[in-house]
Write a protein that binds this ligand. Structure first.
Ligand SMILES: Cc1cc2nc3c(=O)[nH]c(=O)nc-3n(C[C@H](O)[C@H](O)[C@H](O)COP(=O)(O)OP(=O)(O)OC[C@H]3O[C@@H](n4cnc5c(N)ncnc54)[C@H](O)[C@@H]3O)c2cc1C
Length: 328
């Protein structure tokens, strides 16, 4: 059975850059971007406009369009023979056998062997339930009136009334940072029926800045998403004014394949790695949002992927070098 140099799992920012670097290093790559179901629950799918990075403004589907352009270019270019693109395929099982190789099984039950793996399966932001459903948030999220990433979209709240949906100190700090940066005239923290978990220092700052905390469940989002207008939120006894809102409820970490291999995780489930993305499992590298202790951004995902693919290439070339010296 054929052994690929590198299997890249995940087709978001990290995965596409891992493929690009691996193939341009002339290492043979097998690429699983995920099934449509994987894709739909990935962050890559939900990003629309990218304003915090140079040269991305013209893309209507922020990450998808440039990624597809690069993959098509690779598939047609002079390195095409090194690029094995398993379109719409996801990996459902992975193990490391005694032969030292990774054995991968895809969603159609095909199996593959690879020397190295770069795992880029990402994370998803936890959505708030409104009347028992996560659906009501989506039309406002798609209109970018309710958002998730302060570093990506925080600048939208300049001089605007804001609400943060969340109940932890991290949620409160999102509000504090936005208030301090963007001069927001009012800040509400909506715990959506959960008990607040703010620590003392955070509570003191919230009091000083006159934040309001509402612990009632959100019943309705007020506004007109189609007209790109958020007015606020309705709870049983309050109308909360907000021109813009952020969700800060944490993340679902797609670490199932890392767990199957027994990779070391941090408390939140992110995969622990060294600076080049090498996990506790020999040959398993992790790039993008799944990696512990890193910014969750497109450009960091790219940097991770390049580091990991180049490090793998060093190992592959070292092996070739020693085989070459044995022959001569
Ligand atoms: C609303 C929103 C807006 C954002 N805006 C910006 C921005 O403006 N600028 C910025 O820098 N960052 C932004 N981000 C953050 C950015 O989207 C992430 O940092 C980036 O997408 C991380 O890339 P990734 O490759 O690690 O994961 P993802 O992009 O989430 O990709 C994960 C990939 O893994 C695949 N996958 C999952 N499981 C499997 C499996 N078992 N087998 C095969 N494939 C699998 C999925 O199909 C998907 O292709 C935003 C995030 C959100 C949610």
């Amino acid at each position: 059975m054929k052994v690929y140099d590198v299997a890249v799992i995940g087709g978001g920012s990290a995965g596409v850059m891992a493929v690009m670097r691996t193939v341009l290093n002339n290492d043979e790559c097998i690429f699983f971007p995920g099934t449509p179901k994987h894709k739909k629950r990935s962050r890559a799918f939900w990003v629309t406009t990218v304003e915090n990075m140079p040269a991305h403004l013209p893309y209507k589907k922020g990450i998808e369009e440039p990624n597809k352009m690069s993959l098509d270019w690779l598939a047609q270019g002079s390195f095409a023979s090194k690029f094995n693109w398993q379109k719409n395929r996801g990996v459902v099982k992975i193990e490391k056998a005694i032969d030292g190789l990774f054995h991968l099984t895809d969603d159609k039950d095909f199996t593959y062997l690879a020397q190295y793996v770069i795992l880029c399966t990402g994370v998803m932001d936890i959505q708030p339930h409104i009347n028992g459903s996560i659906e009501p948030i989506f039309e406002y999220a798609n209109a970018q009136l309710i958002d998730y990433c302060i570093r990506c979209d925080g600048h939208h709240v300049l001089n605007k009334k804001i609400a943060i949906i969340g109940h932890s100190s991290a949620a409160a700090w999102a509000g504090i940072m936005l208030f301090e940066r963007y001069n927001c005239p009012s800040v509400y923290i909506l715990t959506n029926g959960e008990s607040p978990l703010f620590d003392v220092e955070t509570s003191e700052l919230m009091n000083r800045y006159n934040f309001n905390v509402c612990t009632e469940k959100i019943e309705t989002i007020l506004g007109n998403a189609k007209a790109k207008k958020l007015d606020g939120f309705k709870t049983a006894n309050h109308i909360i004014p907000a021109d813009f809102a952020f969700v800060s409820l944490g993340m679902i970490v797609y670490n199932d394949l890392a767990r199957m291999l027994g990779a070391e995780l941090d408390q939140r489930g992110f995969v622990l790695t060294d600076a080049k993305g090498k996990s506790s499992v020999d040959g398993l590298y992790v790039a993008g949002d799944l990696r512990a202790n890193a910014k969750k951004q497109i450009y960091t995902a790219w940097d991770h992927a390049v580091d990991s693919a180049d490090e793998i290439n060093i190992h592959i070339r070292r092996k070739k070098r020693s085989e070459h010296s044995k022959l001569s």
